[in-house]
Design a protein around this ligand. Structure first.
Ligand code: VGL
Ligand code: ZN
Length: 208
């Protein structure tokens, strides 16, 4: 069992992010058994769930003449556009059926504001609106967060950066993540996380 001051945060392991989903992350389903196993050694498990209303600002379909993966300018800054995904209440937004973490106590749903995206489980893309996760973790006396899930180069990275910014020790378990990897996003994500002091580890380091 890891220390009671540590938590596992499982990011966006949802049907739309696994192969055959609307925004498939290659190999996204391969990490589920490992996440289930890791989860057993954490007292505190938190799930993040991408949870958009239909017509969300991050969907290419919401903008005339735009395609998925185009970049646009929104009031809070640059936004990459995605295929419609993780629409509230749909099967695509549901957690992967093989995810087996019955002791998880909190599900943080994010990206719910129709006008603002939220890759991070801590803070929306306007960088102003907290999800409440920092307060939850602090109230529970947690100082260290391990992160796993999808996608390494988007939601996992931004969650890990925000965990550091909020003063937590942050570790990303690389073999329990998969990335989208567009336009060099994977390499850039690894570099940004290293620069921010996020520890990049393998799950074998947790078995010790
Ligand atoms: C994600 C793109 C759009 C993710 C969510 O979970 O990494 N990526 N929405
Ligand atoms: Zn999304």
């Amino acid at each position: 069992m890891t220390a009671p001051t540590t938590a596992l945060v499982v990011i966006d392991v949802q049907n739309d992010f696994i192969p055959a989903g609307q925004l498939a992350v290659p190999g996204g389903d391969e990490i589920v058994p490992l996440i289930n196993r890791l989860g057993r050694s954490f007292r505190h498990v938190i799930l993040a769930q991408d949870w958009h209303p239909a017509g969300h600002a991050s969907f290419a379909s919401s903008h005339p003449d735009k395609q998925p993966f185009d970049l646009i300018q929104l009031p809070y800054g640059e936004q990459k556009l995605w295929p419609d995904h993780c629409i509230q209440g749909t099967q695509g937004a549901a957690l992967h059926p093989a995810l087996d973490l019955p002791h998880a106590q909190l599900i943080i749903r994010k990206g719910c504001n129709p006008d603002i995206d939220s890759y991070s489980a801590f803070m929306e893309a306007d960088r102003q609106t907290p999800t409440g996760l920092t307060g939850y973790l602090k109230e529970r006396g947690i100082d260290t967060v391990y992160m796993v899930g999808l996608a390494l180069d988007f939601c996992v990275m931004f969650s890990a950066l925000d965990a550091r910014a909020a003063g937590f020790n942050a570790l990303v378990v690389l073999d329990a993540c998969r990335g989208i990897d567009i336009d060099g996003s994977m390499e850039a994500a690894i570099r940004r996380m290293q620069q921010a002091g996020v520890a990049l580890i393998e799950s074998s380091a947790l078995d010790a």
